[in-house]
Design a binder for this molecule. Structure first.
Ligand SMILES: *Cc1c(COP(=O)(O)O)cnc(C)c1O
Length: 472
């Protein structure tokens, strides 16, 4: 493809992109295909000869698009959002065109320095104390793994990196029963053993009970184990429960244990001063992660990882082979030493575009509106005789179920709600997902999509009510 053709196709694709976003409500939100339906349309062997770009684009529309779930559809109420936005998409186009490898300062000084500046903006925007320093990771899972590895190394004066874990005894970690699965995965990868990850019970709001945490630590200490890390969650994935950070932080300080805060979704809500109560006690934290790629209108992947002691992070991950030595040395950040991967994309650019395009006030306004819509729908669910709220709604996620009067059997209700969800998603008009809270099949309605308006929430609620009626 010469540059003349590149220019022509690029314009064509930009038109396609704008048309797609303009008409996105015409697509079924959840892809309505069966397993292998897409695969069977793809030839088993790669083409030996060049194919025309027209043909490739035509197949993208014909074969690929029907198998896409439309995360940017305004009626996407499933999981947590993975938002993009026009400025973020435009930045991703530039990032792809530059194609820069941003592993060290010298391989793209602007990428490093923009990342440093924008993460410092971001820390201020969400009210983190000024001594936290940020770096972009691909995902919250990776950031949490970095945190646990750093906690492990710091606890043993960086000797595990050198000598392995052979003589270290048993290292314990702590989180709540509602914590994201990435914590257990990190504990496994870090070599700590999932049996030694203590899942602390939660209260009636699904938040960690600090007294239970302290009892678990005491019990482990009495056995000669080494507690090394506690993970507190702000906004659990099932129901956005908020662990009591100050109380957990006090326990971390008392026992000298690393505190990692997982605010993957809820970090965005900290843009709003009225929600900063969630980080009361943040001064106790050693590390904090949140995902602008969830709710903050920035294309996946972009996870903001903040640490109080970058030296500890760097000492855990530093490498310096001859071929990566440069003369700038300590005067600049070399982000390859701030995490697991060596090669890094230029991800700060989209964050910079997003923050400048919306401004802090524009971002606050959008997030505040999402939370307001969630409060509205919560009220309607509470007032409805046929539906029941199943957890508090501190943010944008509503946990509820269909429960018509006279039906009390849990199994029967679980079955009904499973059927209801299946029918709703088959309509293609909205997409929701479920969780289980205390064994109860729970529908989740998450309001945080970039393009969601009150009418989408209202249409969704009407559809839920009608579909539930049709079950009887
Ligand atoms: C989504 C989520 C994660 C995982 O995020 P990734 O960036 O996909 O790794 C971790 N913790 C919580 C609380 C989450 O909601």
């Amino acid at each position: 493809m010469d540059l003349h053709e590149f220019r022509r196709y690029a314009h064509e694709i930009v038109d396609w992109m704008a048309d797609y976003l303009e008409n996105i409500e015409k697509y079924p939100v959840m892809a309505q295909v069966r397993p292998k339906e897409i695969m069977n349309q793809l030839p088993p062997d790669p083409p030996q000869k060049s194919e025309s770009f027209e043909q490739i684009l035509a197949d993208f529309e014909k074969v690929i698009l029907p198998g896409v779930t439309h995360w940017q559809h305004p009626s996407f109420f499933a999981y947590f959002p993975a938002n993009s936005s026009p400025p973020s998409v435009l930045a991703e186009m530039l990032t792809a065109t530059l194609g820069a490898q941003c592993m060290i300062w010298q391989t793209s000084p602007a990428a490093t320095e923009l990342e440093e500046r924008v993460l410092s903006w971001l820390g201020k925007m969400i009210g983190l104390p000024p001594d936290f320093v940020g770096v972009i990771q691909d995902t919250a899972s990776t950031a949490t793994l970095c945190s646990i590895l750093t906690a492990r190394e710091k606890a043993f004066n960086y000797s595990i990196n050198a000598k392995g874990m052979n003589d270290k005894g048993i290292l314990t970690t702590y989180c709540s029963t509602e914590t994201h699965s990435s914590i257990e995965k990190s504990v496994k990868i870090a070599g700590l053993g999932k049996e030694y990850l203590r899942k602390i019970p939660v209260d009636e709001n699904y938040a960690m009970i600090p007294e239970e945490l302290e009892a678990a630590i005491e019990s482990d200490l009495s056995k000669g184990y080494h507690p090394i890390c506690i993970i507190a969650t702000l906004g659990t994935t099932s129901s956005t429960a908020i662990d009591p950070l100050r109380k957990i932080g006090e326990i971390c300080a008392k026992y000298n244990v690393w505190l990692h805060v997982d605010a993957a979704l809820a970090g965005t809500a900290l843009l709003l001063p009225e929600l900063r109560w969630m980080i009361d006690g943040i001064e106790y934290a050693d590390s904090f992660v949140f995902n602008p790629h969830k709710w903050m209108f920035t294309n996946f992947d972009c996870s903001a990882y903040f640490v109080k002691d970058p030296g500890a992070l760097i000492q855990t991950f530093e490498i310096l082979p001859e071929y990566l030595k440069t003369k700038e040395g300590d005067r600049v950040n070399n982000y390859r030493d701030w995490g697991i991967q060596l090669g890094r994309r230029f991800r700060a650019l989209k964050l910079w575009f997003v923050i400048r395009h919306y401004g802090v006030e524009g971002l606050q306004q959008k997030v505040r509106e999402h939370i307001r819509m969630a409060k509205d729908l919560t009220k309607k669910i509470e007032e409805s005789e046929d539906f029941e709220l199943l957890a508090p709604v501190p943010l944008n996620t509503i946990c509820f179920r269909y429960k018509p009067p006279g039906i009390d059997d849990t199994e029967q209700l679980n079955h009904m709600n499973e059927k209801l969800l299946e029918r709703l998603n088959r309509t293609g008009k909205l997409y929701m997902t479920h969780t289980k809270l205390n064994g109860v099949y729970t529908l989740r309605f998450v309001i945080g999509q970039t393009y969601v308006k009150p009418r989408h929430v209202e249409q969704g609620w009407q559809l839920i009510k009608e579909t539930a009626k049709s079950l009887d």
